[in-house]
Design a binder for this molecule. Structure first.
Ligand code: F0G
Length: 511
C-alpha cells in the first residue's frame, strides 16, 4: 500500500507520519502525542529552484567556512531547523567517496558497480551524518546529556560529537557482541558506557524508560533530527553522479534509520526537480535479523513482527527496528525491494569488497551479497547487468577487525559457535576467499616466501605441487599446507622466477 506522503509543510514543525498531527519543532518528543507514531521534521519548500540549489551546494565546496565544507551543512537549505549558524556543530563530516569496484561488479555479474563509502567519516561510519544534526538540535534545546542504545557505531559517533559540543554522552550497548574497536571509541571519547545484559532491543527499551526521567536527549534514529542529517548522503551522492539518478540504491538495514532518511531525501529532491527518476531503494538485512524482509515476504508490510536477532554482522543485529514504517514508506514510494542474505553470503561478499582495495564492516557487505543474488537467475526481483547501481557501505573495515581476521583464518564459524547464528542448511561457514597471514622463519625466509608465492599460484591456477611440508603453521592456521618437491631449493628458485613472469603452467613441470 502506498502511504500519502507530502514532503513539505507551511511552517517548520514535527509531523506525524501516520495521523499528520503537527507538534512544535522545539518539543523534546520522539513520537506523535496523538497517535504515538514516528515524526518527521518538515519545513516549507525552499524558495530557490532545484538548479539554483545545486549551484549553491557546488559553490560551497570552494569556501573556507567549515559549515560550507561539511558534507552535511553544505546542503543546509534542506536542513532549515536551526535559527542561526552559530548553533551549528560540525566536525566536519560527510564528503565521502564514490568508489568504482570492478572485482565486486564481476563477482555480482554486473558490468559496473560503485560503492558510496560512508566509513570515511570522522568516527568511521555513516552515523556522523546524522549525529551532527542530532547534536546540533540537542544544543539548540539546551540539553546537557545525550544518549543512545547502540550496536557500537551510534555510540562511537555520539561519544565524539557530544564531546566536541560539550555535552555528556551516555551510551547503552549490549554486554556481548559489540566489537572492541567500536567500544574503544566510546570509552576514549569519555562516554558513560553502560553494558547491558541483553541485546540491542533490550538496551533500546531501557533507554526509552530512562531518558525522560533523567532529562536526557535520545539520539537514536527514532529522533527525526538524526535522520535529517542522514538525508545528505543522498544529496551528496546525486551531486557526485551529476544529478543523474541511478536505477537502484542498495543499503543495509538494521534499525532502518538510514533507509528511512534516504527515502525522505529522495522524496524532497524529486519534488525540487533534482531527480531524473526514482532510484529503487533496496534494503538488505541479515537473514537472522530480518523482520522487515520477513514482513514483505509474507506480504504484510503494514505490520512488523519482532524477531530474536542472530547474526555475526553485529551492527545490524536488531530484531525490532524502530524506523520500519518510514523505511517501508521509502521502499513503497521508490518501488523498491526488501530482502535478506545469509551469513555465508555476507562473509564472502565482504572479502570480495576487500579485494577491490576497499574494505568495510560485515553489515555493509550485505549489499554486495544481495546484488549478486538479484543478478543471478531464479529470483523474483531481477537486476539487469546494465542497471546503474550504487551500494552503500556504512562502516569502515577497521570497525570489526575480529570478524575479518577470523574469516581469513577460516575460523569465523568456530569462533562464534556460541552465538548460534543462522547458517545455510545448518552447516558452518567456509571462507572461500581466505587470505591468511603466513608465519615465516627469519632464517628460512626465502624458502618460506617462495613457498608462499607458489601456494598462491597453485591456488589461483589450480596447480598441484607435492613433496615435503615446509610452511610453519604455528598460531596462524593458514589454508596452505603446501608441499613442494624434494630438492626444493633449486626448484624453488626456478619457481620463483616463473611465478614472477606468470608462467604458472610450467610450475608443476619442475617437480
Ligand atoms: N551498517 C552499520 C555499520 C551500522 O552500524 C548500522 C547500524 C547499520 C548498517 C544499519 O543502519 O540502523 O540505519 O538501518 N548501527 C546502529 C548502531 C544500530 O547502534 O550503531 P540502520
Amino acid at each position: 500500500m502506498t502511504r500519502p506522503w507530502h514532503p513539505w509543510h507551511s511552517e517548520r514543525v514535527l509531523r506525524c507520519i501516520t495521523c499528520q498531527a503537527v507538534h512544535p519543532l522545539r518539543d523534546v518528543i520522539y513520537r506523535c502525542g496523538s497517535c504515538g507514531d514516528l515524526l518527521d521534521v518538515v519545513f516549507p519548500r525552499p524558495t530557490e529552484t532545484g538548479a539554483a540549489l545545486a549551484a549553491t551546494f557546488r559553490a560551497r565546496r570552494m569556501s573556507d567556512n567549515p559549515i560550507d565544507r561539511s558534507g552535511v551543512w553544505r546542503f543546509r537549505e534542506l536542513l532549515p531547523f536551526y535559527d542561526n549558524e552559530a548553533q551549528i556543530v560540525t566536525y566536519p563530516e560527510g564528503n565521502t567517496p564514490l568508489l568504482e569496484a570492478p572485482k565486486s561488479a564481476g563477482y555480482a555479474g554486473l558490468r559496473r558497480l560503485r560503492f558510496k563509502h560512508l566509513g570515511f567519516n570522522p568516527t568511521g561510519s555513516f552515523k556522523d551524518y546524522g549525529m551532527v544534526t542530532g547534536v546540533t538540535q540537542a544544543r539548540i534545546l539546551g540539553m546537557r546529556a545525550v544518549a543512545c542504545a547502540s550496536t557500537g557505531n551510534t555510540s562511537a559517533s555520539l561519544g565524539a560529537y557530544a564531546a566536541r559540543a560539550g555535552l555528556l554522552p551516555i551510551v547503552l550497548v549490549p554486554e556481548t557482541g559489540v566489537s572492541f574497536a567500536k567500544l574503544s571509541q566510546s570509552l576514549d571519547y569519555g562516554a558513560l558506557t553502560l553494558m547491558v545484559r541483553g541485546d540491542f532491543d533490550v538496551a533500546q527499551a531501557l533507554l526509552r524508560k530512562l531518558a525522560p526521567r533523567l532529562g536526557i536527549y535520545i539520539l537514536n534514529s527514532v529522533n527525526p533530527f538524526r535522520l535529517e542529517g542522514q538525508k545528505t548522503v543522498m544529496i551528496e551522492l546525486l551531486e557526485q553522479l551529476g544529478w543523474e539518478a541511478p536505477d537502484r540504491i542498495v543499503v543495509p538495514g538494521g534499525n532502518l534509520g538510514n533507509s528511512s532518511s534516504f527515502g525522505k531525501a529522495l522524496r524532497e529532491l524529486h519534488d525540487l526537480g533534482l531527480l531524473s527518476k526514482r532510484p529503487r531503494i533496496t534494503i538488505v538485512q541479515a537473514r537472522g535479523a530480518a523482520p522487515l524482509s520477513e514482513a514483505y515476504e509474507g506480504g504484510h508490510s503494514e505490520t512488523l513482527v519482532r524477531v530474536h536477532a542472530r547474526t555475526l554482522a553485529t551492527a545490524i543485529k536488531i530484531g525490532a527496528p524502530v524506523s520500519w514504517k518510514k523505511a517501508a514508506r521509502a521502499v513503497d514510494w521508490s518501488d523498491g525491494w526488501v530482502m535478506s542474505v545469509s551469513e555465508q553470503e555476507i562473509a564472502d561478499a565482504k572479502a570480495v569488497i576487500g579485494q577491490d582495495g576497499i574494505g568495510c564492516e560485515p553489515a555493509s557487505a550485505t549489499t554486495l551479497a544481495a546484488i549478486r543474488r538479484l543478478a543471478s537467475e531464479g529470483t523474483d526481483e531481477r537486476i539487469d547487468p546494465d542497471e546503474t547501481i550504487v551500494a552503500i557501505l556504512t562502516g569502515n573495515v577497521l570497525k570489526d577487525p575480529d570478524y575479518t581476521i577470523r574469516y581469513h583464518q577460516s575460523s569465523l564459524f568456530e569462533e562464534f559457535r556460541s552465538e548460534t547464528i543462522v547458517t545455510d542448511h545448518g552447516r558452518g561457514l567456509t571462507s572461500q576467499f581466505a587470505n591468511p597471514p603466513v608465519v615465516v622463519d627469519a632464517r628460512k625466509f626465502m624458502r618460506s616466501v617462495g613457498v608462499f608465492l607458489l601456494a598462491r599460484a597453485q591456488e589461483r591456477r589450480n596447480i598441484k605441487v607435492v613433496g615435503a611440508d615446509v610452511i610453519r603453521r604455528r598460531n596462524w592456521p593458514g589454508r596452505w599446507p603446501v608441499k613442494v618437491a624434494d630438492g626444493w631449493r633449486d626448484a624453488n628458485v626456478a619457481l620463483f622466477r616463473q611465478i614472477r613472469v606468470g608462467s604458472a603452467a610450467s610450475v608443476s613441470a619442475n617437480r
